[in-house]
Design a protein. Structure first.
Length: 209
């Protein structure tokens, strides 16, 4: 019975705003993992909710990240809708060496600059928060551009976020990010299969020529 009471107390501490953010967040990531374009409008709803959630939790870097996500989600929705006429969905791409180099530099630069700025505010874990934010900035662009390796970045950063949100008592959000890890792994496997199918299709097309 004590466990039941603890669960009831825990549930009463959760907010409807966070609950709605979790539901829409899980749904949009799942739809992205299975290559469904409807992930983008649902993602727009989710990030809008989390702008307010992170503001109240003093996670300012994450709050700013949601504004960025809002913009990139609109771009992703547009990019995915511009698929080739002979394709059912936008083809999956592989990250290039140049993109890896630019991403590493961007993450290091953004982490240092934002972390240094947030250090002088009430922000929680300024450098960890900034590092996760920088990784997420890069991952979201790769997701919008349908680059396979975006899922590997998400797996890495979501594991860190789980710990951060547990310490900030955002338990529902921590659970959501733990589930994100599993969905991101599923997304990587599913997209990799699609990429291999594209290669086979392209090879067959060259043979037919």
């Amino acid at each position: 019975m004590q466990i039941v009471h603890l669960l009831q107390d825990w549930w009463q501490q959760q907010t409807w705003l966070e609950l709605c953010g979790v539901i829409t967040g899980l749904l949009c990531v799942y739809l992205a993992a299975v290559n469904n374009i409807w992930n983008w409008p649902i993602a727009i709803i989710s990030v809008t909710l989390y702008i307010f959630i992170f503001f109240e939790a003093h996670l300012y870097a994450d709050m700013g990240l949601q504004v960025y996500f809002f913009i990139v989600n609109i771009y992703g929705w547009y990019y995915w809708s511009k698929k080739p006429k002979d394709e059912k969905k936008t083809p999956v791409a592989i990250i290039t060496k140049k993109e890896v180099l630019v991403s590493v530099i961007a993450i290091a630069f953004f982490t240092f600059i934002l972390g240094t700025l947030l250090k002088y505010t009430p922000a929680s874990y300024p450098y960890i928060d900034s590092f996760c934010t920088a990784c997420s900035l890069v991952a979201q662009v790769f997701l919008a551009r349908k680059v396979l390796e975006n899922w590997l970045i998400w797996i890495f950063v979501d594991v860190i976020y789980v710990g951060v949100y547990i310490f900030k008592d955002l338990h529902l959000t921590a659970v959501m990010y733990a589930i994100y890890v599993g969905i991101a792994l599923m997304g990587y496997i599913d997209w990799k299969k699609d990429y291999k199918s594209q290669l086979i299709k392209a090879t067959d097309a060259r043979i037919d020529e």
